[in-house]
Design a protein around this ligand. Sequence first.
Ligand code: FES
Length: 115
Amino acid sequence: MANVTFSSPRMARDLTVYAVAGDTQTLLSVAQAHKVPVDFECGNGECGSCVLQITVLSDKTPYGVALTEKEKTVLRYSGKITQSQIEQAETSDIPPPHRLACQFIVRNEDILVTF
Ligand code: FES
């Protein structure tokens, strides 16, 4: 189980939900299942409308960062990630601060999602 906490000025208060470990749900799917108002258009890693900030809260070593090629391209184009951050993610598993909700797979780690 992972605690996923959503925080946004667009919500009356923060909302923490539980995502089942082993599920391969995207963060966008988790948000939609709980009626969290995360923006989205394409749902396919192409438009960048679902960008949000993710902070890993657990003390454990962060999971390997899996950035899709689409996600890297869109985040680079919108200025939300640097080439250096991409390299750190791929070589050292250092998570970049911004991700695309429709591409981010929820894992067994607690995260804070800000948008
Ligand atoms: S909804 Fe378009 S990139 Fe995520």
